[in-house]
Design a binder for this molecule. Structure first.
Ligand SMILES: N[C@@H](CCC(=O)N[C@@H](CS)C(=O)NCC(=O)O)C(=O)O
Length: 212
C-alpha cells in the first residue's frame, strides 16, 4: 500500500485549534487503523506549491502515493474505499453513506458555516442577515434532530458520513447552537467519545502547540 500523508498547517492561532479539517482525515485514518504521517505547510506565508494541491489555498490535502486529493469530503470518500470501518463495501451501503456525506457538507455545513462566521465575529443579535441565517440553520437542525432521535449513526454502522456530520455539528455546539437539539448534541457526544476522535483531536492540538 502507498504511504498516506495528510498535510495541514504548521501552526494556527488558538481559536481554530481542534477544528482544522485535517482532523476529519486523521479521525478516519485512526478509525480504519491505516498507517499515515502528517506533513506541514506554512500558515503565515503560504508556500507557492500549495495551489498545486489545494486550489483554494487551504488545507487539508492527502497524498496517496503520487495522487494528491483535496476537499475533506473527497478525501474521506477516497479513504472509505480502503476500509469497511469507514464505508460499507456493498453498493446499497456505499450509496447510503455517500448521500449522508453530501448531506453533511451540502445541506448542514452549508447552513452552519455562515452561522459560525457570525458567531466568531461576535455579530449576532441585530446584525443584518443574522436572523435569517439562524432560522436557516435551525430548520436544518430540526430535521437532523428528528433523524438522530431514532438513529445511532447515519448509515447503519458508523461511517465517514458520521465523521463529517459530527464534525460539522460540533462546531455549532461550540457556540451552544445545539441547546434546543438534544439528539444532535447526544450524537456529537457519542461520536467525539470514540477513541479515534480523541486521538486525532489530541494529535492535532499537539501538532500546533509544538510550533508555538
Ligand atoms: N471545503 C474544504 C474547506 C477547507 C478549509 O476551510 N480549510 C481551512 C482550515 S479548516 C483553511 O485552510 N483555512 C485557511 C484559509 O482559508 O486561508 C474542505 O472541506 O477541505
Amino acid at each position: 500500500m502507498n504511504e498516506l500523508i495528510v498535510t495541514t498547517y504548521d501552526w494556527v492561532p488558538e481559536p481554530p485549534r481542534g477544528y482544522v479539517r485535517d482532523l476529519r482525515i486523521r479521525w478516519a485514518l485512526e478509525e480504519a487503523g491505516l498507517p499515515y504521517r502528517v506533513a506541514s505547510t506554512p500558515f503565515r506565508e503560504r508556500a507557492a506549491d500549495i495551489l498545486e494541491h489545494q486550489p483554494f489555498n487551504q488545507v487539508p490535502w492527502l497524498l496517496d502515493g503520487d495522487q494528491s486529493i483535496f476537499e475533506s469530503g473527497a478525501i474521506l470518500l477516497h479513504l472509505g474505499e480502503k476500509s469497511t470501518a469507514l464505508m460499507p463495501s456493498d453498493p446499497r451501503g456505499r450509496s447510503t453513506t455517500t448521500q449522508w456525506v453530501f448531506a453533511a457538507l451540502n445541506s448542514v455545513e452549508m447552513a452552519a458555516l455562515p452561522w459560525v462566521i457570525f458567531q466568531f465575529s461576535g455579530t449576532t443579535g441585530d446584525a443584518p442577515g443574522w436572523k435569517q441565517i439562524d432560522a436557516f440553520l435551525n430548520a436544518r437542525l430540526g430535521h437532523m434532530e428528528r433523524i438522530l432521535k431514532n438513529s445511532e449513526w447515519l448509515a447503519g454502522a458508523f461511517s465517514i458520513a458520521d465523521i463529517l456530520m459530527a464534525d460539522v455539528l460540533r462546531l455549532v455546539d461550540r457556540f451552544d447552537g445545539l441547546a434546543k437539539h438534544p439528539a444532535c448534541r447526544g450524537y456529537v457526544a457519542r461520536a467525539t467519545s470514540r477513541p479515534a476522535f480523541v486521538k486525532a483531536h489530541a494529535d492535532q492540538l499537539a501538532h500546533f502547540a509544538a510550533a508555538d
